[in-house]
Ligand binder design. Structure first.
Ligand code: N01
Length: 535
């Protein structure tokens, strides 16, 4: 490319999950010359990489799909909470129906992306060395694309197999008759443990903090039921944009402390019976802002769970009398029979608080009190959420400065989409946007529509360069911090707070409301894209 030749593309989208696919579709519809690249062999984003046994979504049908009628009308799911295989099939259906395949380059891993200041465009390089140029770079790599594996002494000596849940081999791992160790009891640890318990010779779960898991209440879905339910889909899709979590409902307007005990417990009970994450997102108004209100929810949860565990020591480890953190300040997961598996002879729990891991040996994991024999170690130890996948792309903005340098004192981003010093780049589902707090497809559509409108506006105005202004970025970053300070989230050592990664700055990495976020972005657009310098 020279000064006279235009870049290869108007936009390069990185990532074939919900955000990337939606952006690709919207931008193509708006007449842009756009291509999507992804390191994976198939679309699906998180559902490509997280194909461990039991991986399934925890938003119920129809929340976790696009709202485009041409996609949902012909599609039906087999379960209320679909598994990874079906989610991957859904992505294929989306790419077929929207005819996106010709614009997608799968198996195309970005090695680096560099802003060319002279030509005002990005050069994106593939691992193999191939380079493409683009006016706009749109990373849509999700919040959880960089797995975190803690450093454990001796892992190199382990004679068995080990892997992270988000790097499960595509050909699968047979758990039958294996001696399986699972480290970590977040949503991934719970899901893989439930499956391993069915067939492993032994399953040992290493728990540092108990997960406060909610009942899923899975259902088989018939086509007939779904056809009936589809009458309500347009209203549900409309509604999910107006809630704080991007779901079909949100918290009540009433405080848990304003109602009497019977009323409070009746609401808890109704949410509990319904199943799903509603106990988290449709609970009392002050669940996540008031310690006392939160404690009522925790106590209800604890008593329900303890009623399912006969061994009192185990009950205290899995559902302690005193909360390990305020309820919901770490992401609750959904479980199907998690609390029952520990009654099986082949399943045991190691409480790492009392008995920490000291190292790995050839045939097991050594703890302070002994050794646990295993031939497969599953790291369900989470992600460098928000920033990890973006930093791994080796993105260099003006002056060759990388994102890791830009974020060395903490994450900052205007609207959770743009970073000053990185012109012509917007990321979707990134830090300081609702991402980890939001139902994925809701955010994908809100941000995708906004990004596309912005690009159309730039085109109409004759601009080919934009950049977030440092003051706008600082104000947004500070506003997210202040919003977080009004909640109980800072009280937990969670990935929401960046506290799961050694050395990562402690800050709330997500904007806490989808609907307020959408309104703020709309306001910026109405105001001539305030906060962006354009030329
Ligand atoms: O990861 P996590 P995840 N030694 O970070 C433990 C989504 N998701 O993959 O709590 C020992 O939540 C850590 O312990 P602690 C969902 O948004 C959704 O499970 O930090 N243990 C924790 O128990 C979710 O929130 C689904 O004390 C260590 C676990 O590892 C997000 O992805 C399914 C450790 C990590 O839990 C991440 O979930 C899966 C160490 N050194 C994921 N380091 C659905 O259902 C960490 N841990 C849709």
């Amino acid at each position: 490319m020279t000064e006279r030749t235009p870049p290869d593309y108007d936009a390069v989208v990185v990532g074939a999950g919900f955000s990337g696919i939606y952006l690709l579709h919207k931008l193509r519809e708006a007449g842009f010359n756009v291509v999507l690249v992804d390191a994976a062999a198939e679309p699906g984003g998180i559902w490509y990489w997280n194909r461990y046994p039991g991986a399934r979504v925890d938003s119920q049908v129809p929340l976790y799909e696009f709202s485009l009628p041409e996609l949902w009308r012909p599609w039906s799911w087999s379960e209320r909470f679909p598994g990874w295989e079906e989610l991957r099939a859904y992505f294929r259906h989306v790419c077929d129906t929207l005819a996106l395949w010709p614009l997608m380059r799968m198996g195309w891993k970005v090695e680096n992306a560099r802003f060319d200041e002279t030509l005002g465009c990005w050069r994106v390089q593939r691992e193999s060395g191939e380079t493409i140029s683009t006016r706009f770079l749109l990373p849509a790599v999700g919040f959880a694309s960089k797995p975190y594996i803690p450093e454990l002494r001796g892992i190199g000596d382990f004679a068995g197999e080990w892997c992270h849940t988000a790097r499960w081999p595509q050909q699968g791992i047979d758990l039958n008759g294996r001696k399986v160790a699972v480290i970590g009891t977040g949503a991934s640890g719970v899901q893989v443990a439930q499956e391993a318990a069915k067939c492993a010779r032994t399953l040992t779960l290493f728990q540092r903090t108990p997960i406060l898991a909610l009942p899923m209440r899975q259902e088989i879905l018939s086509k007939k039921v779904q056809e009936r339910e589809k009458l309500d889909y347009p209203a549900i899709f409309e509604q999910r944009r107006l809630t704080s979590g991007g779901f079909e409902a949100q918290s009540l307007e009433v405080s848990a402390l304003e109602v009497d005990e019977a009323t409070r417990n009746a609401h808890f009970e109704a949410l509990w019976r319904r199943g799903g994450l509603g106990f988290w997102y449709a609970n009392f108004a002050d669940l996540l802002t008031d310690r006392k209100a939160n404690r009522h929810a925790y106590d209800f949860w604890r008593d329900k769970v303890r009623a399912r565990i006969t061994d009192s020591d185990l009950a205290e480890k899995l559902a302690p009398f005193a909360p390990p953190h305020p309820f919901g300040t770490k992401r609750p997961s959904l479980e199907q029979d998690y609390y029952e598996i520990f009654a099986q002879d082949n399943v045991s729990l190691v409480d790492l608080e009392a008995n920490p891991i000291t190292g790995i040996e050839a045939h097991g994991i050594k703890t302070q009190d002994g050794e646990v024999e295993c031939d497969l170690i599953v790291f369900a130890t989470g992600f460098d959420a928000g920033r990890g996948g973006l930093i791994d792309m080796n993105i260099a903005g003006t002056g060759g400065r990388g994102l890791s340098r830009a974020w060395e004192d903490g994450l900052r981003a205007y609207l959770g989409m743009a970073v000053s010093g990185f012109p012509n780049m917007l990321f979707a589902y990134g830090p300081l946007s609702p991402s980890g707090f939001s139902n994925g497809p809701t955010s994908a559509e809100i941000q995708g529509d906004w990004i596309c409108d912005f690009m159309v506006w730039l085109r109409n105005e004759g601009f080919d360069r934009f950049e977030a202004e440092p003051q706008a970025e600082a104000a947004w970053t500070e506003m997210v911090a202040q919003a977080g300070a009004m909640t109980l989230f800072p009280e937990a050592d969670s990935w929401y707070m960046g506290a799961n990664i050694p050395g990562k700055k402690r800050q709330l990495i997500n904007f806490p409301s989808v609907s307020i976020y959408a309104a703020s972005c709309e306001d910026v657009a109405r105001d001539g894209y305030r906060g962006f310098a354009t030329s």
